[in-house]
Design a protein around this ligand. Structure first.
Ligand SMILES: Cc1ncc(COP(=O)(O)O)c(C=O)c1O
Length: 394
């Protein structure tokens, strides 16, 4: 209708519709673009000293493009508040600075991205915050530990061992003990899992991965339903200043529009690859939550709508054998990161988790011959042919 402004708030829209439309409302009062514009201005002109124009003052504090992304992220995670940061680790650090004080404890799951562990161990600990880990895949051991923790922090599925943690059970226990539960949902993405629905207080993302999806944008996101937490986080987002730039906000929004299509393909390919690897005699163990013999497959089934695109596997090869295997891959590229359309493979002990001391790594199960495969959305027959020729060369 002439002059009508359409407002897309999330509401009853399904996931793919939200991914495309939330934050992208055509502004009929200006040009009616169907793509949210990139607002590069770092500052916003005022008519009167006390009144910011349309609420915007300075881009570190808030920016229309970042705001559009924050709205989109919140709606996909079925949360009320979203915040975007310069990287996943920037989001995590800002969150920790907002929530912790001297004398507090972080109790984290034992299998974690190495960079996250590095923040706990080498950045936050020196401010008098204790950090301990526990295996949350079985609940037996952590009841007493949880009692004294300000924050319980988990990845599910975890990086790189694809451990699955029961979010509903853990959030109940966390809340009984006065702890806050933070879930890193990077591997599952909101397409396959919404931790807030299972009781988690905060969801964090490295949007660098599946959410932006094309290995060309760093970013981090936080979503919560808690008003008080949001106020603290918003304050720290501005005070710490590790915000996502308008251009990267646009790139992330662009990626999100195809998140559901990409995730379906990632998962389909990952399942085929996991089943293929199970048959190879040079593969000692395959880690993929979609496999029925995965330790917590039933928990994964109950809280996830799909199992994601990462498959880890242990090779029955020495270091030289692993090098030869990797050298003989053609499309599957050796490189850090994950979640892009292209297949990436890496050796956690030498790459993403090299900053974790060897004895801790081994305790966690990150053995030297473990390989992590971020299965891309190429034709899966080409990927299997690629693996087949690399196995043939060893
Ligand atoms: C599970 C997980 N969380 C957080 C991060 C950190 O994100 P970023 O690299 O965007 O800082 C990563 C990076 O690999 C990750 O895999």
């Amino acid at each position: 209708m002439d002059g009508e402004i359409r407002i897309f708030g999330g509401g009853s829209m399904k996931f793919s519709t939200k991914a495309i439309h939330v934050g992208e409302e055509p502004n009929y009062e200006v040009n009616g673009e169907v793509v949210s514009p990139i607002h590069l201005s770092t500052t916003f002109a005022r008519r009167y000293p006390e009144v910011p124009t349309k609420g915007y003052e300075y881009t570190r504090t808030s920016n229309p493009t970042r705001g559009a992304l924050e709205k989109k992220l919140a709606s996909l995670e079925e949360g009320r508040f979203g915040l975007a940061f310069a990287s996943g680790l920037a989001a995590e650090t800002s969150l920790l600075l907002a929530l912790l004080k001297k004398g507090d404890t972080i109790l984290a799951s034992d299998d974690l991205y190495g960079g996250t562990r590095r923040i706990f161990e080498s950045v936050i600990k020196k401010f008098g915050v204790d950090f301990r880990t526990v295996d949350f895949t079985s609940t037996a051991s952590f009841e007493t530990e949880a009692r004294s923790s300000r924050i319980i922090w988990v990845e599910t599925p975890s990086n790189p061992l694809l451990k699955i943690i029961d979010i509903a059970k853990l959030s109940k226990m966390a809340h009984e003990n006065g702890s806050l539960l933070v879930v890193d949902n990077t591997f599952a993405t909101p397409y396959f899992q919404n931790p807030l629905k299972f009781g988690s207080d905060v969801v964090v993302h490295s949007t660098t991965k599946y959410i932006s999806g094309h290995s060309d944008t760093l970013g981090g996101g936080i979503v919560t339903n808690n008003d008080e937490l949001f106020e603290k986080l918003k304050f720290h987002q501005n005070a710490v200043g590790a915000v996502l730039s308008p251009f990267d906000s646009y790139m992330t929004m662009r990626g999100i529009k195809t998140l559901s299509v990409r995730m379906r393909e990632h998962e389909k390919n990952a399942m085929r690859i996991a089943e293929y690897l199970l048959e190879k005699n040079k593969v000692k163990k395959v880690y993929y939550p979609g496999l029925e013999d995965h330790f917590n497959h039933e928990v994964a089934k109950s809280q996830m709508k799909g199992y994601g695109g990462i498959v880890s596997f242990a090779l029955d090869l020495d270091r030289e054998g692993i090098r030869r295997f990797l050298r003989n891959l053609k499309y599957i590229t050796l490189g850090e990161s994950l979640g892009g359309v292209e297949s990436l493979i890496e050796v956690p002990s030498l790459m993403t988790h090299a900053s974790v001391p060897r004895e801790v790594r081994e305790q966690m199960g990150i053995i030297d011959n473990l390989v992590r495969f971020s299965v891309g959305i190429e034709d899966v027959d080409d990927l299997i042919e690629d693996l087949e020729s690399a196995f043939g060369a060893i």
